[in-house]
Design a protein around this ligand. Structure first.
Ligand SMILES: C[S@@+](CC[C@H](N)C(=O)[O-])C[C@H]1O[C@@H](n2cnc3c(N)ncnc32)[C@H](O)[C@@H]1O
Length: 301
């Protein structure tokens, strides 16, 4: 899984929502971390699991420059210049939350935003409990399957899978060949066009909004450019299918990571088992819309 994250971070993104939060998080998420970091005592050590390019640490050093931060991620990162020459911040790349190269009881506070839920919770929460000091705090912001972040992605994932399981791609290939052999105006090409349209219509009937998110409609418009030759169409279809495969892997991971009732119960049960006492377990809202869940607490003494 880390390979697509490595590729993503190498593109220089600051947050995992490159388009929506290009500089860093704002709004409810920023406010939440402001509250958290303001309340951490001076000179305390904070560990950020699934740190990415360090968005939460960047917020942390602005809010409370007296803290020491470690960012840990299984991906290869491309950290922004703001972290250069900061002796209170370090990053551990290509290290997993399930097996952290960190000493027992070495952190006062463990945080994670849209990170820890991607890991295997029985192992990673056991590790959190190991590295956190007695009476230390933990603060997790996690994805929720019903959130406005995850829900549209579930529709895209379902549409993408339906597209691959349908006859659409086969019909599109046949239309490419028909166009090359018989031209735009022939009756055979017309039949092939109708077949493709009816295949697309049956997917759109069930997955209208998700289909847009797969970019198939935009791709179709592009590839049907009458000036394109067969070779060009075939090569563009190959690129589209590769991107769709990547999107399906990424969104499957997101959906698997997001809290549903079962996963939430697993998480809270494990916290208890590892001596991590819950203080907050609540939804986070932005403009009245639920965007995730905030889970925090302390390690028992
Ligand atoms: C959605 S991004 C979140 C990045 C950042 N915390 C943010 O809020 O923008 C998830 C990150 O978790 C990392 N990750 C996934 N599984 C992990 C694991 N088992 N151990 C450590 N990091 C992991 C990924 O590499 C990725 O960088």
């Amino acid at each position: 899984m880390s390979s697509y994250w490595s590729q993503y971070w190498q593109q220089g993104h600051m947050t995992s929502f490159g388009n929506d939060f290009s500089d860093n998080y704002t709004g409810a998420l920023k406010s939440l971390w402001e509250e958290v970091f303001k309340a951490v005592a001076h000179n305390n050590k904070v560990l950020d699991i699934g740190t990415g390019n360090g968005s939460i640490i960047a917020l942390g050093i602005q809010i409370n420059p007296n803290l020491y931060f470690t960012g840990l991620d299984s991906a290869k990162l491309s950290l922004p210049e703001i972290f250069q020459n900061l002796d209170k911040v370090d990053f551990i790349e290509e290290a997993s939350a399930e097996d952290m190269p960190l000493q027992d009881q070495s952190y006062d506070c463990v945080v994670s935003q849209f990170g820890i839920e991607y890991s295997s919770l029985p192992k990673s929460l056991s590790e959190v409990s190991r590295v956190i000091k007695p009476a230390g705090q933990f603060h997790f912001v996690v994805h929720e399957c019903d959130s406005t972040i995850v829900k549209p992605n579930i529709h895209i994932l379902n549409a993408g899978k339906a597209l691959l399981n349908s006859e659409v791609i086969d019909s599109l290939r046949k239309l490419f060949n028909g166009l090359a052999k018989y031209g735009q105006q022939s009756a055979i090409t017309d039949q092939l066009r109708q077949k493709l349209n009816s295949d697309i219509a049956s997917i759109a009937a069930k997955h209208a909004s998700g289909l847009q998110g797969t970019n198939f409609p935009v791709f179709l418009k592009h590839v049907m450019n009458p000036n394109f030759e067969l070779k060009q169409r075939k090569s563009d279809l190959k690129i589209f299918l590769n991107e769709l495969d990547g999107q399906i892997v990424r969104l499957s991971d997101l959906v698997e990571a997001a809290m549903n009732e079962t996963k939430h119960l697993q998480l809270t049960t494990l916290l208890k088992e590892y001596g991590l006492d819950l203080l907050n377990d609540e939804h986070i809202f932005e403009n009245g819309k639920m965007i995730g869940r905030y889970i925090s607490g302390t390690k028992a003494n």
